[in-house]
Design a protein around this ligand. Structure first.
Ligand code: ZN
Ligand code: FE
Ligand code: FE
Ligand code: ZN
Length: 271
């Protein structure tokens, strides 16, 4: 099984379970490698329901590094999930370089001040034109990738989470993101979290995944677990989806260097 590189703990304020409980769950699920990717505190937005408090970041880092020693039977990577906010690139770069992260997941959860993937902010979706929201989202994602600050783009079409889908075709947005990822050598996450959300499908959607595979972008798998039992959830579905969409290379990371873990061939391939 490929590693689960997207795992939270109760430290973020909206998940349950301690880091130890996630490690135990991963072992029980037969995973041989996982990465913690707790939400990085956001600049100027100290919200205990979204991230750990800023002063807890070193505690998180120590906790994961200690677990790595305590559980030699499973590879434990130190990751972080960082939000992209335009204008905060330098500050983010500084924070990221201050810790020995193995990888950084880049996420867009905000369009301006609007946390569009937060169910507490659902009302705003009903007052917006979904096509404009999707375009604004992908514009931010392209910018995020363009900073080169992130190793992996997390849940690349998170904007579909609540199912407010635009009628406009999204293939131009998909191509823009695929091209940016390929150009910057940034990997992209295939995530089972969407299966647990109203949209009820994997991030990214099949048409998006086909663009990513065709562009030769490399992949990681993630559950975005916010409960221990979610670790590694629906990974066979992720694998099948990747096969059906053309296949590709899965990567892992150590100290922000990618290493190839394996190649998944497309179901149309002969060899
Ligand atoms: Zn979260
Ligand atoms: Fe996220
Ligand atoms: Fe996450
Ligand atoms: Zn996430």
């Amino acid at each position: 099984m490929f590693p689960d590189y997207h795992i939270h703990t109760r430290r973020c304020g909206h998940a349950t379970g301690t880091a130890v409980e996630y490690v135990e769950a991963a072992k029980a699920a037969g995973l041989t490698e996982i990465g913690f990717s707790e939400h990085l505190p956001m600049p100027g937005r100290d919200d205990r329901s979204l991230t750990m408090p800023a002063d807890e970041l070193p505690v998180y880092v120590d906790e994961v590094l200690n677990l790595r020693e305590e559980y030699p039977e499973i590879f434990i990577k130190l990751g972080i999930e960082a939000d992209y906010f335009p204008g905060y690139e330098e500050r983010l770069a500084e924070t990221l370089s201050a810790y020995p992260f193995d990888y950084v997941l880049g996420s867009v959860h905000f369009i301006g001040d609007w946390g569009f993937d937060d169910s507490r902010n659902l009302e705003k979706w009903r007052r917006q034109d979904s096509g404009a929201v999707f375009d604004a989202y992908y514009e931010l994602v392209a910018k995020a990738v363009g900073t080169g600050l992130f190793d992996v783009l997390a849940h690349p079409d998170l904007v579909k989470k609540f199912g407010f889908l635009p009628s406009e075709d999204q293939s131009a947005n998909y191509r823009t993101i695929a091209r940016a990822l390929a150009q910057h050598g940034t990997a992209v996450e295939i995530s089972s979290a969407g299966l647990r959300k109203p949209i009820g499908e994997i991030y990214p959607s099949a048409p998006f995944l086909r663009e990513l595979a065709a562009a030769g972008v490399r992949f990681t798998f993630g559950s975005d677990a916010h409960r221990p039992r979610e670790v590694g959830s629906a990974f066979p579905d992720l694998l099948q989806s990747l096969r059906e969409c053309g296949g590709g290379v899965l990567v892992g990371f150590s100290r922000r260097r990618p290493e190839e873990l394996g190649r998944v061939s497309g179901s149309g391939d002969d060899d």
